[in-house]
Ligand binder design. Structure first.
Ligand code: SAM
Length: 183
C-alpha cells in the first residue's frame, strides 16, 4: 500500500506503516525527526502522487476549541486553516483520515466519525482526538489502560511545547498501521 502521512514531522505513523512493509512517506514543512522517507515541503506538491491512503494531521492552532478565547482575533487565519482541511478532505485519494483535537472543524465542516483517546491505545493519558474518515473503518481500541492524566498539564512552557503536544501517540500510530494497513 502507498501511504502518505501529511503534516507529520515525527515520523511515527510513517514508520509504523513502513515496519509493516508498506511504502510510506511523511510530508511536513519541517524536517523529519527520525530517519525515514520524508518530503520536506508543502503537502500540495505531493497530494496527487498516487496514494492509496492518506493520514493527515493539519495544524490545529487556529481551529482547536481550547484556543476559543482568541478566535475573534484570528478570523482570517481560521478561514485559511479550514480551507486547508477542506482541501485535504477532498484530495483524490481513496482512503483518508484527517486527525485533529476537538475543533471548529466539527461545526464548520462536519462532525468527526470517531473520537479516540490515548488511554484506549496503551497510554494512560487523556487527549480527545477526532478522526474524519473516508473509506476507513473506525479504529478499534488496542489496549485500554488505567490513568487519565492530561499530558499537556505536565509540560513546562517553552518553544518546543507545541511539538511535544502534537506528536502522535505511538499506540495510535501502531493501531492505524495494523488495522488500516490490513485493508
Ligand atoms: C499539529 S502538527 C502535527 C504533528 C504530527 N502529529 C506528528 O506527529 O508529527 C501540524 C504540522 O503541519 C505542518 N504543516 C503545516 N502546513 C503544512 C503544509 N502546507 N504542508 C505540509 N505540512 C504542513 C506543520 O509544520 C506541523 O508540523
Amino acid at each position: 500500500m502507498n501511504v502518505l502521512i501529511a503534516c507529520e514531522y515525527s515520523g511515527r505513523v510513517r514508520d509504523a506503516f513502513a515496519r509493516r512493509g508498506h511504502y510510506a512517506m511523511s510530508c511536513d514543512l519541517l524536517p523529519t525527526e527520525s530517519y525515514g522517507n520524508h518530503y520536506q515541503g508543502d503537502v500540495r506538491d505531493v497530494l496527487c502522487d498516487g496514494w492509496d491512503l492518506m493520514i493527515a494531521h493539519p495544524p490545529c492552532t487556529h481551529l482547536a476549541v481550547s484556543g476559543a478565547r482568541w478566535f475573534k482575533d484570528k478570523l482570517q487565519e481560521q478561514e485559511e486553516a479550514l480551507e486547508f482541511v477542506r482541501m485535504l478532505m477532498a484530495a483524490p485519494i481513496v482512503s483518508i483520515c484527517v486527525e485533529n483535537p476537538i475543533s471548529i472543524i466539527s461545526s464548520r465542516i462536519r462532525k468527526p466519525d470517531q473520537i479516540i483517546q490515548p488511554w484506549q491505545f496503551g497510554h494512560g493519558e487523556t487527549k480527545a482526538t477526532c478522526l474524519w474518515l473516508k473509506n476507513l473503518p473506525k479504529l478499534n481500541p488496542t489496549s485500554i489502560v488505567e490513568g487519565r492524566e492530561a499530558r499537556v498539564h505536565r509540560m513546562s512552557p517553552g518553544p518546543d511545547r507545541w511539538k511535544e503536544r502534537s506528536r502522535t501517540y505511538q499506540g495510535i500510530a501502531d493501531a492505524m498501521a495494523e488495522q488500516w494497513g490490513a485493508l
